[in-house]
Design a binder for this molecule. Structure first.
Ligand code: NAG
Ligand code: NAG
Ligand code: NAG
Ligand code: NAG
Ligand code: NAG
Length: 356
């Protein structure tokens, strides 16, 4: 039956080349329906030359020829076939016959969407490549499936499938991730979606479980690799050896001076040293973890060029203090400030007096 109508349609077209298609209109013009759901379609013709019309469907759900009508509707209670191709046919008074196939897409949402990785999701190592797989079970039609990979709030990869099977298949998408330190702590998941146009309402996407990425990486200093610092009388020096790494780096220090070396033990595994630096020289800090060791050098130099300025400042303070003392105003406060500056200045003097 089906082939008969197609053949007659072709003959009709060859006989009258001007008419490129059958004078029928389908409403809706294409159908996207979930397996098991109902649908109905109207086929109508504007022609006034109709002898009969009907629907032909290979699964016996069609309705036969109806004489003297200008529309026929096909109603299917439950779609139970993946490849429905119903034909609306028309017989005209001049004995021409033609038919048109209705486009029906039968879909089924996946039973499951899951993500797997060969190394069973253990920690990753920076710079290494990891193949991650997203398995989609029992989905139809696969040519309308879109799989997207998400990392944090970004889509990092989207895959479409060009297989044409109308019935459900199992398929998978493979994404290769090159582990970066910035990936540590982010979530990765895949998402399956059926895409139709026009969009079918309430077609949800299906998400895999998300996986938290852990990336191991060697320590990197947050400040410049090496630093040069100036030791000034009365001011504090801060040696900042803070490094980022996974696992968390452990720190150790090396001091230039034997006296400070004895204090070293209490400084072990601190990332910042403050205050106690009193001697110029080269201080080193190492930050290490399972992925590597990095060394940072702090060169502490003593500042001597400001000596005259400082002396001048002290002189001014002395004068002010003297004036205030004479005037009898606020004796205690200026004296206190003065004593502090002087004390610090004098303490630095013995180590630096040589070259001057
Ligand atoms: C089909 O067309 C008939 C007549 O125009 C109308 O009564 C009916 O509601 C239509 N059915 C559909 C499913 O569009
Ligand atoms: C898809 O996978 C499921 C479960 O893994 C299995 O039961 C089913 O037979 C597979 N289907 C096809 C078409 O291979
Ligand atoms: C790496 O991620 C883990 C898990 O979220 C977190 O506990 C850890 O602090 C992170 N490490 C770094 C250095 O970002
Ligand atoms: C299904 O996907 C194909 C290929 O991307 C597309 O041509 C077709 O229009 C889609 N089907 C529907 C009903 O949108
Ligand atoms: C830091 O200093 C050390 C020793 O002085 C040197 O070997 C290293 O190359 C320096 N690193 C940088 C980044 O300058």
């Amino acid at each position: 039956m089906k082939w008969f109508f197609i053949l007659s349609g072709l003959i009709a077209c060859t006989g009258k080349p001007v008419r490129s298609s059958c004078p029928v209109k389908m409403s809706p013009s294409r159908v996207v329906v979930r397996f098991g759901d109902p649908f109905s379609v109207n086929c109508s013709s504007p022609s006034n030359q109709i002898q009969s019309m009907g629907w032909e469907s290979p699964y016996g759900t069609g309705i036969g020829r109806q004489d003297g009508v200008s529309s026929v509707s096909l109603k299917i209670d439950s779609v139970t076939d993946w490849d429905l191709q119903p034909l609306c046919f028309i017989n005209l008074l001049d004995n021409n016959q033609c038919a048109e196939t209705l486009s029906v897409t039968v879909y089924k949402m996946p039973d499951s969407v899951s993500m797997s990785q060969p190394s069973q999701m253990g920690p990753m190592v920076e710079g290494e490549k990891y193949h991650m797989q997203c398995d989609i079970v029992n989905v139809a039609p696969v040519r309308n499936l879109s799989v997207s990979w998400h990392k944090g709030n970004k889509i990092i990869y989207t895959e479409a499938f060009d297989k044409t099977s109308p019935s459900p298949v199992n398929t998978s998408s493979v994404f290769t991730l090159t582990a970066q330190r910035s990936d540590n702590g982010t979530q990765i998941w895949c998402e399956a979606q059926l895409e139709f146009s026009p969009l079918v309402p309430n077609l949800h996407t299906i998400l895999s479980k998300s996986h938290e990425v852990v990336v191991l990486y060697s320590p990197t200093f947050t400040k410049p690799e090496n630093e040069t610092l100036e030791l000034r009388a009365g001011s504090k020096i801060i040696l900042d050896c803070t490094a980022r790494g996974n696992p968390m780096p452990v720190y150790s220090w090396h001091f230039p001076n034997p006296i400070q070396q004895t204090k070293k033990n209490e400084k072990e595994n601190q990332h910042i040293l403050a205050s106690s630096i009193q001697f110029p020289g080269t201080y080193t800090c190492t930050a290490s973890n399972t992925q590597g060791t990095k060394t940072k050098t702090f060169t502490v130099v003593e500042v001597t060029r400001n000596r005259t300025t400082l002396a001048a400042l002290v002189g001014v303070f002395l004068c002010v203090a003297a004036l205030l003392f004479i005037g009898g105003f606020f004796f205690v406060t200026p004296e206190g400030t003065f004593s502090f500056s002087k004390g610090s200045y004098l303490r630095g003097q013995p180590t630096s007096s040589g070259p001057v």
